[in-house]
Design a protein around this ligand. Structure first.
Ligand code: IMP
Ligand code: MG
Length: 172
């Protein structure tokens, strides 16, 4: 079992998530929001984020696969579990753990736009701008990081470490 070094500590994550929640609440004042979590990586971030939202919120989830157990995006994305409700006419906020090459989010945005929502914005806890292969407009971003593979707070390596309450890096 490799050692995990702390990359972003719990208190820093929690303060960031609270700030994101406050900002989103302000921006959507007077509106209703459909928050869509991208499984599995976003489940912890989304659970914390929605508890800071003060506008009426409904939650839905979808699963995408682009990765398998590798740390490099394959570029081939598929929806392995879809939303349970239509989003036509709704204000949608996609919640994602991390945007790396951007290929996953690019695919997801194109797919969701065909369902004619009123608006779609993205909230990502982490972004690696130096890794981008396609441009993605991320409306709310927690932390911009360098090209480092991180785990914890929902994010995995080979299905492990999602349960860590901090964000870490695997020391090999
Ligand atoms: P993209 O399509 O390259 O932007 O990949 C996005 C997805 O890859 C994210 O939703 C994560 O599931 C996964 N991913 C990218 N970088 C990391 C990382 O550093 N740790 C864990 N998962 C990652
Ligand atoms: Mg993900």
């Amino acid at each position: 079992m490799p050692q995990i070094d702390t990359f972003i500590e719990t208190q820093k994550i929690q303060a960031c998530v609270r700030d994101l929640g406050n900002k989103i609440s302000k921006d959507y004042q007077g509106k209703e929001l459909v928050v869509i979590g991208v499984l599995k990586g976003a489940f912890i971030f989304m659970a914390d984020l929605v508890r800071h939202l003060t506008v009426p919120v409904s939650c839905d989830f979808l699963s995408l696969s682009s990765y398998g157990d590798h740390t490099e995006s394959s570029g081939i994305v598929k929806i392995t579990q879809d939303l349970t409700q239509p989003i036509e006419g709704k204000n949608v906020l996609i919640v994602e753990d991390i945007i790396d090459t951007g290929l996953t989010m690019d695919y997801l945005l194109k797919n969701l736009h065909t369902r004619k929502p009123q608006s779609i914005n993205i909230c990502a806890l982490l972004s690696k701008p130096s890794r981008r292969k396609v441009h993605v407009d991320i409306h709310y971003v927690g932390f911009e990081i360098d090209d480092t593979f991180v785990v914890g707070y929902g994010m995995d390596y080979a299905s492990l470490y999602r349960n860590l309450d901090f964000i870490g890096v695997c020391k090999t």
